[in-house]
Design a binder for this molecule. Structure first.
Ligand code: GSH
Length: 213
């Protein structure tokens, strides 16, 4: 398998965690987003959305969209599971994961930030305000959801990492990088520390990637 990834990409980070949790080997293919390597025709042929991650299973089978990739890995390599066994649990975990993947991440993607500065004329300071606003308000909502009738445990859902943790940890990495206020998020930060104590999360971290700057 080949993973097209950028070390700082949080969506790529999600897939790297899933691959590591499943104990899968893969070839790392760096795509430098700042140098716009994802915007060239060769990469668009792999993923017309021009986004990482892309997971190539072989020459004929290519997967895009981090959550679809994680679910593919979970269905084909069931252990350890990334989703609970029951429908209610799966829906709760997907809901947490989507809260980050749909409600926070797309608003702060590189192309959105670039549009703000290059086309709308936002200053660096305004861009960072935008970034922090959506991350901080989105994570506050996530923290509240963690308090809503979920099984107790050290992770977002119970005592093992799931798709929810796979989405949460990279989002926190980004939030730390942009100096977001994480003080009102005690439960999230506890879960973040718990995840980061695991080898799979450490090996998937941006600083551990071959293209880390
Ligand atoms: N929904 C997509 C999002 C992928 C995504 O936005 N990737 C970012 C990096 S985290 C990217 O390639 N950005 C390039 C850009 O914005 O130009 C997924 O989950 O895979």
């Amino acid at each position: 398998m080949r993973l097209h990834s950028y070390f700082r990409s949080s969506a790529s980070y999600r897939v790297r965690i899933a691959l590591r949790l499943k104990g899968l080997e893969y070839e790392y293919c760096p795509v430098h987003l700042v140098k716009k390597e994802h915007l060239v025709a060769q990469f668009r042929a792999l993923n017309p959305d021009a986004l990482v991650p892309v997971l190539q299973l072989d020459d004929d089978h290519t997967l895009t969209q981090s959550l679809a990739i994680c679910e593919y890995l979970d269905e084909t390599i069931p252990e350890p599971p990334l989703l609970p066994a029951d429908a209610w649990g799966r829906s709760r975990v997907r809901s947490l994961a989507l809260s980050i993947a749909c409600e926070i991440h797309p608003l702060n993607n590189l192309r959105v930030l670039r549009y703000l500065t290059d086309e709308v004329g936002a200053s660096e300071e305004v861009k960072n305000r935008w970034y922090r606003h959506w991350v901080e308000s989105g994570l506050l909502a996530f923290e509240a959801q963690l308090g809503q009738n979920l099984p107790a445990g050290r992770f977002c859902y119970g005592d093992a990492p799931t798709l929810a943790d796979i989405c949460l940890v990279p989002q926190i990495f980004n939030a730390l990088r942009f100096q977001c206020d994480l003080k009102p998020l005690p439960r999230i930060m506890e879960i973040y520390e718990t995840c980061m104590a695991l080898e799979a999360f450490q090996l998937a971290a941006p600083g551990a990637q071959p293209d880390a700057a």
